[in-house]
Design a protein. Structure first.
Length: 210
């Protein structure tokens, strides 16, 4: 059986690189001047996830131990998936806006991001929202543990904690399933759009000129 301390350390250890990944993506998105609405919505989602990860970073070791091994392992997997999604989307974004400089989108890149890649941006937003929901519940239960650590724990409090912990595990499981589906969808969209890049350039020009 894995050492609970090592599992906790592993879960905590993924938070710093995840914060780094969300911050880099957020900076890249915010640098895009006059960005399409899909990007504006995505900025809000990335910012929300970054904020909630900051809260997770503040969860103390004792509270991670109280959350248990399963939650710690699932939390690590969810945060890791979120980090990978941010890193991959950032790489895609840099490819989609390769004709632009200093945040000023060329007509081609604007059409590419706002029209041809809008499905990818939407799928990414859905991924981030799933991550945020699961991670937010983790923070909520950890905060509950922290608030009662030095207090008299009644049966009612125990029942509340048990219920909330069950909700966390359920939410993480649901989020993980959704992430798998969304990751597959993103991969399919990326493969499809890569095949259409050449044709998309001329269509993007016509769309912008309308």
């Amino acid at each position: 059986m894995a050492d609970p301390l090592s599992i906790t350390a592993s879960a905590v250890g993924i938070i710093v690189p995840a914060l780094h990944g969300t911050r880099l993506l957020l900076e890249d998105l915010q640098q895009l001047n006059d960005a399409p609405k899909t990007i504006s919505r995505l900025i809000d989602d990335v910012h929300s996830v970054h904020t909630i990860l900051e809260l997770v970073k503040g969860v103390e070791d004792e509270d991670w131990k109280s959350l248990g091994r399963n939650v710690a392992e699932q939390s690590k997997a969810t945060i890791s998936s979120c980090m990978q999604a941010c890193n991959l989307f950032r790489a895609d974004l840099q490819k989609w806006t390769r004709h632009s400089e200093d945040g000023k989108l060329t007509w081609l890149d604007r059409a590419n991001v706002g029209f041809f890649k809008k499905d990818q941006a939407k799928a990414m937003s859905e991924q981030l929202q799933s991550c945020k929901l699961a991670i937010n519940l983790i923070v909520g239960v950890a905060t509950l543990y922290s608030s009662v650590r030095n207090s008299h724990v009644t049966e009612e409090i125990k029942k509340t904690i048990s219920t909330k912990q069950g909700e966390v595990q359920g939410a993480i499981t649901t989020a993980d399933r959704q992430l798998v589906v969304l990751e597959n969808k993103l991969e399919e969209l990326n493969l499809s759009s890569d095949d259409d890049d050449v044709a998309g350039s001329s269509e993007g020009k016509a769309e912008v000129l309308r």
